[in-house]
Design a protein around this ligand. Sequence first.
Ligand SMILES: [Zn+2]
Length: 129
Amino acid sequence: MSAKCNAKTTAGKPCRAVAVKGGLCTLHSDPQIAVEMGRRSGQARRTKELLAQEWAELSPPRTAQEVRVALGGFIADVRAKRLDPKVAGILGSLANVLLKSIEVADIETRLAALESVLGTCTPKEQPKR
Ligand SMILES: [Zn+2]
């Protein structure tokens, strides 16, 4: 059976890790490991916070061109492992719906312009007889 580490945790409780060298665990035998782990944890947290801020600031695309740019960004983020592929899949589906609604809105705008030139109106605008 392996012996436990003789050191105490920062909370003052006995360390429960297995002793590997001189009665100490890996972490307590080399304080630099704890420093490095803390540094990496802080860096990961800061990166996560930055990404969250970036996402919060992302305004909804209003044109097909903006949707195209956003989708390109999602692809780049997935490849760089900054974005969960599942989330990217959901965003892709939403982008598809958004593109269709932009297309319909564009057709409605063009139709309204045509109708105003021709002097006609849509069926729902026709007065009841
Ligand atoms: Zn320890």
